[in-house]
Design a protein around this ligand. Structure first.
Ligand SMILES: [Zn+2]
Length: 235
């Protein structure tokens, strides 16, 4: 017999059919009669009637359609056309191919691990380091302060240091005016970096800037609104 259910073609051959040598009803879904890679036939149970098997296949299809996620262990041809595909990542692997939802993240444990690692790498790439920010500033003509061996500045200039595992870079000026006040040079740097799209905040004690990667969420008002909280040096 041949019928369709929710977009799938279901064919069933009873054990009495000349094309069925298995002693159990054999079935095909959308023309697939054997599973890769072992080429085992798709079979019901011995003694099962065609009607019982059809019922079971329809229930399984209903169940798949009701689930929010595509099962990575279920063959693509079980799914309604356009809902599932062979996961592209699994095509280059030694292990068997698996299934993912079209336009959905793969639920295979290996793919989930890989996706998590990639997300981490992306976050690191868009991160910010003292060296990268210092080179942005020196290219724009700002002078990097020379430092003594103990890190204390020996010439006028900016100083950048990575903080919070490269989530942000603190920028200060070698001749800091102390808590609550920011020198004109630092205010100019803040304007420059904000103009470049960086998220610039003023540290809680003022006197230094916190610079975050472009587009990142910060904690405090963004420069220049944050400037109201501290007194810039009078010129
Ligand atoms: Zn996958």
């Amino acid at each position: 017999m041949k019928t369709t259910h929710k977009g799938r073609t279901i064919e069933i051959r009873s054990p009495h059919s000349p094309h069925n040598r298995y002693g159990a009803p054999a079935y095909g879904i959308n023309g697939v009669w054997k599973t890769e890679p072992t080429e085992s036939p798709l079979l019901g149970r011995p003694g099962q009637s065609t009607a019982e098997l059809l019922d079971e296949l329809k229930r399984f299809i209903d169940q798949l359609d009701a689930e929010p996620n595509v099962r990575h262990t279920t063959y693509v041809w079980w799914y309604a056309p356009g809902r599932a595909e062979i996961c592209p990542r699994s095509k280059n692997r030694v292990s068997a191919e698996h299934t993912k939802g079209v336009g959905a993240p793969c639920t295979d444990p290996g793919c989930r691990r890989e996706a998590a690692l990639e997300a981490q790498r992306r976050a690191r790439r868009t991160g910010i380091t003292a060296a990268s920010l210092a080179s942005v500033l020196t290219r724009a003509g700002y002078v990097n302060a020379e430092k003594h061996w103990d890190g204390v500045a020996k010439s006028a200039g900016f100083m950048a240091s990575g903080e919070d595992r490269n989530r942000r870079v603190a920028v200060l000026w070698s001749k800091s005016l102390g808590p609550g006040r920011v020198c004109a040079e630092l205010a100019e740097i803040a304007d420059f970096l904000a103009g470049k799209g960086y998220r610039v905040e003023v540290t809680p004690a003022a006197g230094a800037l916190w610079v975050f990667p472009k587009g990142s969420a910060g904690e405090r008002p963004v420069w220049p609104a944050g400037r109201d909280g501290w007194a810039a040096e009078e010129k």
